[in-house]
Design a protein around this ligand. Structure first.
Ligand code: NAG
Ligand code: NAG
Length: 212
């Protein structure tokens, strides 16, 4: 009996109808906002992406690449690598200034990781480029004979393959206003020394990354 009373109470019907209308409006407003938000978000992301810098590896200087055979047969071969990689970062926007936070750079030569490099922050006016010099500290490491022989061969034939990965923050400035600050990832994978030496300046994959 008590349950029946609640269901068929005098106010129940009008309250229910009103609630249905409110719900309909609320959900209509909600979805409209969501859709506008999505459209705005996608447009903004596309805009920012079209303003990303262009990055190319244009030079590789090998200062020392030395494989030292051990005098004692039981010891490992020692590998020494000292190189400088020059990376051209171009802001080809006509209006937007780009500001880069300190970037951490990981470099690999023929699969051997070199010590990490930290690049200082810098600013880039519209229509300008910067030549970043990446010079990891001299890497010394013990390697096995086969790897060392292979590396030496590709070095003498100028056929080494390198990977450069840069990570940091980038800011987009328009007429003195900060438009957006995002994480930037630059992936230069499988860069061939022969191409760099021929001044072909292979380009890197520049991405915005929502995560680290
Ligand atoms: C390579 O290492 C050996 C032994 O450490 C050294 O005598 C030689 O000068 C080095 N070569 C170069 C090009 O640095
Ligand atoms: C860097 O790239 C820009 C645009 O492609 C070019 O004008 C400039 O000469 C390049 N700088 C170097 C040092 O390669």
């Amino acid at each position: 009996m008590a349950a029946d009373d609640l269901e068929n109470g005098p106010d129940r019907g009008t309250f229910g109808a009103c609630c249905t209308m409110c719900c309909a409006w609320a959900s209509f407003m909600f979805w409209t906002l969501v859709i506008f938000g999505l459209i705005f978000g996608i447009a903004f992301f596309a805009f920012v992406r079209s303003n990303l810098p262009e990055v190319r590896v244009h030079r590789l200087d090998v200062y020392n690449l030395n494989v030292t055979e051990p005098k004692n047969k039981n010891k490992d071969t020692q590998l020494t690598i000292d190189v400088q990689i020059s990376v051209n970062v171009t802001n080809s926007n006509k209006k937007m200034t780009l500001s880069y936070g300190g970037m951490s750079v990981e470099t690999m030569i023929e699969g051997f990781s070199l010590p990490k490099v930290h690049l200082e922050k810098f600013r880039q006016r519209p229509n300008s480029w910067n030549d970043l010099k990446i010079r990891p500290e001299t890497m010394r490491s013990l390697v096995n004979d086969d790897d060392a022989t292979e590396l030496k061969l590709s070095a003498t034939q100028h056929e080494m393959v390198l990977n450069v990965r840069m990570k940091g923050k980038i800011e987009f400035w328009f007429k003195g206003h900060l438009m957006s600050r995002l994480r930037l990832k630059v992936l230069c994978d499988g860069i061939e020394q022969s191409q760099v030496d021929q001044a072909l300046a292979p380009s890197c994959n520049v991405k915005l990354s929502p995560f680290r």
